[in-house]
Design a binder for this molecule. Structure first.
Ligand code: MF3
Ligand code: CO
Ligand code: CO
Length: 271
């Protein structure tokens, strides 16, 4: 597969897809409280997409070698790294939850993003991991401009994470996106500066680091074909945004009124 460079009008279609994907996460925020189940969250997300006139990109999604994914979104709790399948177990105080929403607009553009939610007050360790994982994502985003490389992004994330004694999951990465869910390039969350593909204006991709409190190793949980957990059962967090490369930097496309503000070291959502 090759990289698709998006035109300015295409990027505006993707901004609409991104805003809608972000609005699903914003809508869910008030509902994510102790006692709710991830299946409840799935149903609320599906209803929100129906009101928007978008479709879930995940329900029935079946890459080669996988069973069809059953959820309208992914819900990954505590030591679940990614692709958690919504279930009927109530969330409890102190849990950390990633909700990953990908929508398809009426005209076929994808918007993909995820956030962490802390259930109840949260624990010191859980809150720290969620905050540092968001900061790590933004350290990667801050590298994005024409002429920078994919390795610059990965290196910034890895250096920040490992500097705080967190490990970077290697098996899953960010990705190009457009009128397909997963396009080239693969955006690794580790790497060496100056290596890998050079970024160009009009590229659109996600940055979605998964960081663990313990070791980086992951495995499939059970036999559902999807759920990925940390081998050592340590907590794992993930954040995801979708962005376009501009002439001078980046433009965050998965943005809406309810988006958590970027950290203090970031000057804006468009540079
Ligand atoms: N949204 C995820 C990503 O960021 C992919 C989920 S695929 C699913 O790439 F099938 F697990 F939903
Ligand atoms: Co993604
Ligand atoms: Co996603």
């Amino acid at each position: 597969m090759s990289i698709t460079i998006k035109t300015a009008p295409e990027i505006e279609r993707m901004r609409e897809a991104g805003r809608l994907a972000s609005e699903v996460l914003a809508f869910l925020t008030a509902h994510i409280q102790p006692g709710i189940t991830t299946l409840d969250i799935d149903r609320l997300g599906a209803e929100c997409m129906a009101r928007q006139g978008t479709k879930s990109a995940t329900v029935g999604y079946q890459p080669p070698g996988y069973p069809p994914y059953p959820g309208h979104l992914c819900t990954s709790v505590n030591h679940v790294v990614c692709h958690g399948i919504p279930n009927d177990k109530p969330l409890k105080k102190g849990d950390i939850l990633n909700v990953d929403v990908t929508v398809i607009t009426h005209d076929g553009w994808y918007g993909d993003n995820s956030r962490m939610y802390i259930i109840g007050e949260g624990t010191i360790a859980g809150k720290r991991l969620c905050q540092l994982t968001s900061d790590a994502m933004w350290k990667g985003i801050a590298q994005v401009k024409p002429g920078a490389t994919l390795g610059d992004i990965g290196h910034a994330i890895q250096t920040f994470a490992e500097g705080h004694n967190l490990s970077v999951v290697r098996e899953y990465c960010g990705h190009g996106i457009g009128q397909k869910f997963h396009e080239d390039p693969q955006v690794l969350h580790y790497g060496r500066p100056g290596t890998g593909m050079k970024l160009q204006e009009g590229m659109v991709f996600t940055i979605e680091p998964m960081l663990n409190l313990g070791k980086r190793d992951v495995k499939e949980q059970g036999r559902d074909g999807w759920t990925i957990v940390t081998k050592d059962r340590s907590l794992s967090a993930q954040w995801e945004l979708m962005l376009a490369v501009t002439p001078t930097g980046y433009d965050i496309l998965t943005w809406s009124d309810g988006s958590p503000p970027p950290p203090a070291f970031i000057s804006g959502i468009r540079t």
